[in-house]
Design a protein around this ligand. Sequence first.
Ligand SMILES: Nc1nc2c(ncn2[C@@H]2O[C@H](COP(=O)(O)OP(=O)(O)OP(=O)(O)O)[C@@H](O)[C@H]2O)c(=O)[nH]1
Ligand SMILES: [Mg+2]
Length: 239
Amino acid sequence: MNSSLVIIPTYNEVDNIERIVKRVFLEKSFDILVVDDSSPDGTADKVIKLQRHFKDRLFIEGNHKKRGIGKAYLIGFEWALKRKYNYIFQIDADLSHDPKELPKMLDNLKNNVDVIIGSRYVDGINVVNWPLSRILLSYFASLYVRILTFMPIKDPTSGFVGYKSSVLDSLINNKIRFSGYAFQIEMKFKSWKKKFILKEHPIVFVNRTDGISKMNGDIIWEAFFGIFILIFDSFFNKK
Ligand SMILES: Nc1nc2c(ncn2[C@@H]2O[C@H](COP(=O)(O)OP(=O)(O)OP(=O)(O)O)[C@@H](O)[C@H]2O)c(=O)[nH]1
Ligand SMILES: [Mg+2]
């Protein structure tokens, strides 16, 4: 068993799952947990086939109802903590995040960083092949979060993140409530409020070429209004 785990949430990622698993395994020191919400396209079956080649390194938690990326990650985080992984990463299945960055992100966690964020906006806007509408949505969402929360993070909706296990241990007891983009913001906001050390690591985000986006209006509205709930909670519920 490695001391680092990469969690990949999947919903209908049959065209991407093999490539992302193989690319993560090119980086030596990581195990993988796929959390699949009973994808109708057979993503889980593909993972089970791959497990023959990656015995004791590739795991799957499946058979859940589709409940959003946040709930999938909570299942993954609990799984990882139970098995005593020290460093736990989240990455999208659609190859938007380059696994080559994982070792550098891990080095940060092995030093004094508690939460390392793969960030598109450290230095300008590093996004490839996204339609302008998505760039604007993401960029202005990041500004909106920063202005309302004062959190000094340029890419608060990033889904490419590594945590020390102590951070997750402390956060999942603290009731993570959101499930879409708001989940990504919530994890960073609560880590920051708890005075963990957050750092942004520059990445280039590449739009998915295969499979279908799960992004929808509900996810945007959840994040838009969810910010106020997070701020309210942080004032009145300091546990
Ligand atoms: N288990 C699980 N995974 C999900 C769910 N929704 C999305 N995902 C996965 O979460 C990751 C991010 O979802 P994406 O659809 O890529 O969202 P996005 O990156 O904001 O949007 P696009 O890049 O435009 O597709 C992918 O690996 C999805 O398969 C869900 O309800 N359950
Ligand atoms: Mg994506």
